[in-house]
Ligand binder design. Structure first.
Ligand code: FES
Length: 152
């Protein structure tokens, strides 16, 4: 049986009806067509599904949609300000912080949280904070450089 939920997603209020077992990831991708958030492993191991809930990063594959009732969700689609990319998006482009790009939305959502939460003070600290975001192409050094630049 479906449950009614109200969630603010990227600044827009949504009244939705979801199955209790539906993850936030599946809600975003399948009901709302917000496919920027990626499904890698679907069990909390890769970080491709990272979004922000009330400003904190979460793995959306481990978050039930019903748990975000009354909360604010931000996805990669909500980061830019109109035509203007978020500084972290600009920095990823400038520093080649991706190759295939599959992990990039999750990397960027974690990177924004990293700076916002004050964990971008050294390369080691950034690598530790970002360790839940896996990149099979190995773009890690460039991702760290992008984060360092935004932090300054
Ligand atoms: Fe959520 Fe991999 S898809 S952590």
């Amino acid at each position: 049986e479906k449950v009614p939920v109200s969630i603010e997603i990227n600044g827009k209020a949504h009244k939705l009806s979801v199955e209790p077992r539906t993850t936030l990831l599946d809600l975003l991708r399948e009901q709302l067509d917000l496919t920027g958030t990626k499904k890698g492993c679907d069990y909390g191991q890769c970080g491709a599904c990272t979004v922000h809930v009330n400003g904190k990063r979460v793995n959306s594959c481990l978050t039930l949609a019903v748990m975000t009732h009354g909360k604010k969700v931000t996805t990669i689609e909500g980061l830019a300000n109109g035509d203007q990319l978020h500084p972290m998006q600009e920095a990823f482009i400038k520093h080649d912080g991706f190759q295939c790009g599959y992990c990039t939305p999750g990397q960027i959502m974690s990177a924004v949280a990293c700076v916002r939460e004050g964990h971008a003070n050294s390369e080691a600290e950034i690598r530790e904070y970002m360790s839940g975001n896996i990149c099979r192409c190995g773009a890690y050094p460039n991702i760290v450089n992008a984060i360092m630049e935004v932090k300054e």
